[in-house]
Design a protein around this ligand. Structure first.
Ligand SMILES: C[S@@+](CC[C@H](N)C(=O)[O-])C[C@H]1O[C@@H](n2cnc3c(N)ncnc32)[C@H](O)[C@@H]1O
Length: 457
């Protein structure tokens, strides 16, 4: 491979030259380009066959808590007192504040600035109101991030100013910028694994993830993502990370690395964009809603409701249930509803079995599921029709963030409505089948029931 000439700006050219000087190889068939509404991305300059190496990055080019020299500049043990994502965020803050000495300066020069982020962390309260009803509003984490900044990062920087440089540079704005870069561009790079686990990890994995395994991967994080359009994938080799094409990519097409398929609410929260057609879309119902609606209607005291919810959580049931585009009620939700319908003695029996009741749909459970869905639907401020009308307007008439919020809440409401209607249909069909079955059984037995006895024939 030769040094490519497929860059269009001076910064991109110096970034590519930095990569190759540091041992990376880049296919001449790959270029960078600007894509409307997506920022920068990678483009095929020639037809690319499947299984082609697009670029290979030596591991020392990755920016991680072990490749940055910052931990070694701090007193022994100091860096390891930091927890969660903060160590990597601090590394990014430090490296970006030391452009003269940082190895990654050409990388930082290509990263988007705060004003181009649309992830939920950067939305104003009035903009967030457009997402009313979506449970994503409880996951933005802005207050927690700001508390971490005030109570952990600021004192740490003050204590170690001699190693970190002037504390004035470590602003809340830079903290949010670096935190959002990690959220939207980092990769899970576990040296022990061959397979890619990427920045689109499930929320719960995100919480559990060891920050030592998280890396900023220059070049790989320039690829955009699109549901259903994946044509490249990152492979982990002992010495390099290799981006390979996974299908034929015609000249002029964008190269996408779609790591997993988050629902639109999570795409918006982490990456600041949505997919108009997202097969992985979903809507959540919290266990809290089951507790409040079913528990209360069953006349359970607050302690009893708490006890049943605790029991479910201890059995490994999640505190939220996801409804997806299959429009099928999750069995865990059915099981949770049943738990709150159990009589007190039956609940005790269930506790002794140490497992929740079976999540089987019957007419009683369905009735409660429909009520729960209706309760969730009522939490949105607009109707499906309102949202469809907004999306039908020319895109110039609706601000981008509002439009994305509408796509999120519309997708969620459509799943709720579809699941509600499908549940009602299924239960009606089952009741009819049961009735017909009984009728057939009676007919098979030669019993024509009341009618015959009525006519006396
Ligand atoms: C891994 S980076 C990709 C490179 C990025 N476009 C850039 O200019 O540096 C992920 C970010 O790219 C943008 N992006 C990726 N895929 C997109 C899409 N399908 N639609 C809109 N924006 C997208 C979002 O801003 C997202 O946070």
């Amino acid at each position: 491979m030769t040094a490519p000439a497929q860059t269009s700006t001076a910064e991109e050219a110096s970034f590519f030259s930095w990569l190759t000087t540091n041992g990376a190889t880049i296919s001449p068939a790959l270029g960078l380009s600007s894509f409307p509404g997506m920022g920068r991305g990678a483009i095929a300059l020639e037809d690319i066959q499947p299984d082609t190496l697009l670029f290979a990055l030596p591991r020392p080019l990755l920016l991680t808590t072990s490749t940055s020299k910052l931990p070694s500049l701090l007193p022994d043990g100091a860096f390891s007192t930091l927890g969660g994502w903060t160590p990597l965020i601090l590394i990014l803050m430090y490296e970006s504040l030391h452009p003269e000495t940082s190895l990654w300066t050409p990388y930082f020069s290509l990263l988007p600035k705060t004003d181009s982020f649309h992830s939920l962390m950067f939305w104003e309260a009035a903009e967030l109101e457009d997402l009313q009803g979506s449970m994503v509003l409880g996951k933005v984490g802005k207050e927690e991030a700001e508390e971490e900044f005030e109570t952990v990062l600021k004192p740490f920087v003050e204590e170690h100013e001699s190693a970190l440089g002037p504390k004035e540079g470590y602003t809340l704005e830079r903290f949010h910028w670096c935190g959002s870069l990690v959220l939207s561009r980092s990769f899970h790079v576990d040296a022990k694994e061959e397979e890619e686990e990427s920045d689109d990890e499930e929320e719960e994995e995100e919480e559990k993830e060891d920050v030592a395994d998280v890396a900023m991967v220059p070049m790989a994080d320039l690829l955009n993502a699109k549901s259903g359009a994946d044509n490249a994938r990152l492979f982990y080799e002992p010495l390099t990370l290799n981006m390979m094409s996974t299908s034929f990519i015609p000249k002029g097409s964008q190269i996408f690395n779609t790591y997993a398929d988050p629902p639109n609410s999570d795409l918006l929260r982490r990456y600041g964009h949505v997919d108009d057609e997202n097969e992985a879309d979903l809507v959540e119902i919290g266990l809290e809603s089951v507790v409040d609606l079913v528990g209360e209607a069953q006349g359970l005291s607050e302690e009893e409701r708490e006890e049943r919810a605790e029991f479910l959580l201890e059995c490994g049931v999640d505190d939220t249930f996801s409804l997806d585009r299959t429009l099928t009620l999750p069995t865990e939700l059915l099981s949770a509803i049943r738990t709150f319908l159990l009589s007190k003695p039956d609940f005790v029996k269930q506790v002794n079995k140490e497992s929740p009741p079976r999540g089987k749909l019957d007419s009683q459970i369905a009735e409660w599921a429909v009520k729960l869905i209706q309760k969730r639907e009522a939490e949105y401020l607009t109707s499906i029709e309102d949202d469809l009308a907004l999306l039908a307007l020319p895109s110039t008439d609706v601000p981008l963030r509002k439009r994305m919020a509408v796509v999120v809440r519309l997708g969620e409401k459509q799943i709720l409505k579809g699941t509600r209607e499908k549940t009602i249909e299924e239960v009606a069909a089952e009741a009819k089948a049961e009735k017909d079955g009984k009728k057939r059984t009676r007919e098979e037995k030669g019993d024509k029931g009341g009618k015959r006895s009525k006519t006396g024939k």
